[in-house]
Design a protein around this ligand. Structure first.
Ligand code: COA
Length: 387
């Protein structure tokens, strides 16, 4: 329990990029058996942002409906977590703040630790709300996963954002107090400041993910966390869904408890691809939309960010969670993405980054509610698409 006041995720929304790439087509053009991607990695497609989309526009698309539904009362903080920041100094949240026309009395800050950052934001939000339960905090996870063309990581690309409203007396998930942490300095995945694509030692990252999983679970238990056999499901960070399957198998072996089948947590990530910080919360939405029997049940969360931090924590699904979610929203959003032929995908991949030393006006491509209009004097210009 989190003490006198239950605190957790009150509501959340998902957004993704305008385009979709079929992994069976990518495999065909590379002369690879498609089952390596579909079965071996557990991935079917990946989302790709249009030229005039990025982490800010996806984040705004996820956040706007949350604000429309729940208002701004008590929102004094936005934590924007991302690995794929658009500026070395200015928080992506500052761009989002302007784009959504938010009031001045909100602190915005960007959090970075590979795919883990949004979990840090969630825990920090809970701390702020414990101090003053009238406050609510927006925690936003938004990322574009980019690897080099023709690299082993290429089929695990993706893009997506999740915006979460964290509050006292949450309608969706109460986050329990115990949290287990496992931090080590390791070069399994990283992105130097001069690169737009990640460097990765894929096999090492799999080992590090699994070592952090058992390490953080043991710390969770040592700090009063629940026994493994009380978990109705476990949400794992899903860089590719087979990784989560490896994780649940490893945790079952480690605890001696046959943990539940987590296939329902994988449906959306299988089609969106890796969304880094957002991935574990996309898994949460996937589970809540698929399973009607979770009210009052405990679910585990395993958040992993290369470099590395693993954190294991748990939450209790609140009664009435099904009424809060429109389960058709995410499937409709995924179905609406525009398919990209492989040649077009490759061209977009190579031209999506641009230098800031000249002004650019981007043509309108996306039909999402917000877009990147261009760059003026080195600064990015965002706009509502309808404007
Ligand atoms: N049919 C079915 N499965 C197949 C297959 C086929 N024709 N060919 C290969 N496979 C399986 C392999 O057995 C393997 O499964 P396993 O790990 O359960 O044994 C899987 O597909 C991947 O094959 P592998 O040869 O290991 O792929 P790879 O060397 O090209 O790279 C990653 C895989 C994950 C290392 C690579 O995609 C990567 O670097 N991704 C980014 C990093 C990442 O996401 N790390 C995760 C932790 S954060």
């Amino acid at each position: 329990m989190t003490g006198a006041t239950p605190i957790g995720i009150h509501d959340l929304r998902v957004a993704t990029g305008a385009h979709v790439v079929e992994l069976s087509e990518l495999a065909d053009t590379q002369g690879i058996d498609p089952n390596k991607f579909l079965v071996g990695l557990g991935q079917q497609q990946f989302s790709m942002p249009a030229h005039d989309e990025d982490i800010v526009t996806m984040a705004a698309a996820a956040t706007a409906p949350l604000i429309e539904k729940h208002g701004l009362d008590g929102i004094r903080t936005i934590f924007f977590a991302t690995e794929s920041g658009v500026d070395q100094s200015k928080s992506a949240g500052a761009f989002l703040h302007a784009l959504l026309g938010l009031p001045t009395g909100i602190r915005v800050v960007e959090l970075k630790q590979a795919c883990y950052g949004a979990t840090a934001g969630l825990q920090a939000a809970i701390g702020l709300i414990a101090r003053d339960p009238r406050e609510r905090v927006l925690v936003i996870a938004s990322d574009v996963a980019r690897y080099d063309l023709d690299s082993a990581g290429e089929p695990t690309q993706g893009a997506g954002a999740v915006a979460m409203l964290i509050s006292a007396d949450p309608a969706l998930i109460e986050i329990e107090a115990p949290a287990g942490i496992h931090t080590t300095d390791i070069d399994d995945f990283w992105r130097p400041n001069d690169r737009s694509t990640a460097l990765v030692d894929g096999k090492l990252s799999i080992q590090a993910y699994l070592a952090s999983l058992t390490g953080s679970f043991d710390d969770y238990r040592a700090r009063g966390g629940a026994e493994a056999d009380t978990l109705a499901s476990v949400l794992m960070h899903q860089p590719f869904t087979k990784m989560a399957a490896k994780g649940i198998k490893a945790l079952s072996a480690h605890t001696g408890v046959e943990l539940p089948d987590i296939t329902p947590t994988m449906e959306y990530n299988r089609r969106m691809g890796n969304s880094y910080t957002a991935s574990i919360f996309v898994a949460l939405v996937s589970l809540l939309d698929a399973d009607a029997e979770l009210a009052g049940r405990r679910i585990g969360f395993y958040s992993y960010g290369s470099g590395s931090i693993g954190e294991f924590f748990s939450g209790i699904v609140q009664p009435g969670y099904r009424e809060l979610r429109a389960a058709e929203d995410v499937p409709a959003m995924l179905a609406a993405r525009e398919p990209l032929a492989i040649a077009d995908y490759r061209e977009l991949h190579e031209t999506t980054e641009f230098a800031s030393d000249r002004d650019i006006v981007l043509p309108v491509t996306t039909s999402a509610p917000f877009r990147l209009a261009g760059v003026t004097g080195g600064a990015r210009d965002y706009t509502a698409t309808a404007v």
